[in-house]
Design a protein around this ligand. Structure first.
Ligand code: CTP
Length: 401
């Protein structure tokens, strides 16, 4: 959510300023680019050098650049325009009042007035100051400007008193920002289930039947869906890939039978289901408990059919938007349409092995998106990350139609 975002952190003069070192670290860890502006009094509570080191950018306190020549100055307009969002934490009663009235007597306030991005502020002050009518007026005024308050919490205050006015903890500030930013995402509140990778069907303790699927297409789809705000369950057969996103739950499985069980467990709660796994159609009838020794010139394994996971989900489908893949070598469109109908899908993604760069082993794919209303859209050869975006876009268009 915060990855790649430019965040301008304004720190004002309250004891909670010391906590902003942790806040900067958390923002950087979340992938944000951070610049810090402090008021003069904030620098009595927290060192600009610490903040500059943590943020990897100079921490600015004044318009005039230290050690610069006469024409060097810190441009508040550039800072304001650079920011994708601005956070003022801690926000003292003094600064809040100045923000509410347009007072502009330091770099932080000038940057605030120049910022066109969403502005969040985390008040921190003693309980009686927090309750004061004047402070409440500031809150109301700032709300009317569209600024967003990250409410103070109740606890022990610097004065020794106990009450409301403690700045929200850095973790809570980051959680608040993420929650707020996710509100507008198109898949916010939606649950997406994705199957990915190959399945391995055991022959004996050391051998299996598998295929060349890397799992990449499914993993990329999971990342795109999570980026759009969805809670994702990614059910993956054996794959060398890893995934790290707080909204993605990875469930590792090995065989088609395991994938079937896990997929059915999560299906009912899902809104969108994409079966991208290259599931083995057959498995050995029996699994030898001991390693099979070579014996004779020929060797035969009896195979029995695995359950078709996608077909079984299509049969019990209620409100889910169900999407399958079809890997074809001939009569591609006809076969894909046949599978869409047979498996009761809302859409199917066709890969033709006749297209160079398409399929389940490499990093690229060339797809055709077909839906149940016979709409067909063919795409160029792209990376699987780009293909995942195209697929999710097509799904979103149909969900919101
Ligand atoms: N699929 C599945 N479970 C299976 C087999 C396939 O969920 N046991 C899903 C795949 O994840 C894919 C779709 O079904 O989304 C199409 O799979 P594919 O193997 O191309 O089609 P089949 O229906 O198995 O037909 P065939 O192998 O004969 O082409």
């Amino acid at each position: 959510m915060l990855d790649g975002k430019n965040i301008l952190l304004g720190i004002t003069g309250g004891i909670a300023a010391y906590k902003t070192t942790f806040l900067v670290r958390l923002l950087i860890k979340a992938g944000a680019n951070v610049k810090v502006v402090l008021t003069e009094s904030a620098s009595s509570f927290v060192s600009p050098l610490t903040l500059a080191t943590l943020s990897k950018n100079p921490a600015l306190t004044s318009f005039v650049k230290e050690n610069g020549n006469e024409t060097d100055w810190n441009n508040h307009v550039d800072l304001g325009l650079w920011a994708d969002l601005m956070i003022i934490a801690p926000a003292t009663a003094n600064t809040l009042s100045k923000m509410a009235h347009g007072t502009c007597d330091n770099l932080l306030l000038a940057a605030y007035l120049s910022a066109k991005c969403p502005v969040f502020y985390a008040p921190a002050m003693d309980l009686d100051m927090y309750k004061h009518e004047s402070t409440k007026n500031s809150f109301d005024k700032l709300k009317s400007f569209g600024n967003i308050m990250i409410p103070a919490t109740t606890g022990e205050l610097a004065s020794g008193l106990h009450g409301e006015g403690r700045m929200a903890e850095p973790e809570s500030i980051v959680a608040f920002l993420k929650e707020h930013l996710s509100q507008d995402l198109p898949l916010k509140g939606q649950k997406v289930m994705i199957t990915a990778g190959p399945t391995h069907e055991a022959i004996d303790p050391v051998r299996f039947i598998g295929n060349h699927s890397s799992g990449l297409m499914g993993y990329e789809l999971a990342m795109v869906a999570a980026g759009l705000g969805a809670e994702v369950v990614l059910i993956s057969g054996p794959s060398s890939l890893s995934i790290n996103h707080e909204s993605i739950t990875l469930v590792n499985v090995v065989s088609a039978a395991e994938m079937y069980t896990v997929a059915h467990k999560h299906f009912e709660n899902s809104d969108i289901v994409i079966c991208a796994a290259a599931v083995a159609d057959y498995r050995p009838k029996t699994i030898s408990s001991q390693k099979i020794k070579k014996d004779g010139d020929n060797f035969t394994i009896d195979l029995i059919k695995n359950k078709d996971i996608l077909l079984s989900l299509g049969k019990i489908k209620s409100n889910q938007f169900l999407v399958g893949f079809a890997l074809e070598t001939e009569n591609e469109l006809e076969n894909a349409k046949g599978k869409l109908i047979k498996k009761n899908l809302d859409a199917i993604i066709l890969n033709s092995l006749n297209d160079k760069g398409a399929g389940f082993a490499g990093n690229t794919n060339k797809i055709t998106f077909l839906d149940k209303n016979s709409e067909i859209k063919a795409f160029e050869l792209k990376t699987k990350a780009e293909v995942a975006v195209d697929i999710m876009n097509e799904i979103l268009i149909r969900l919101h139609a």
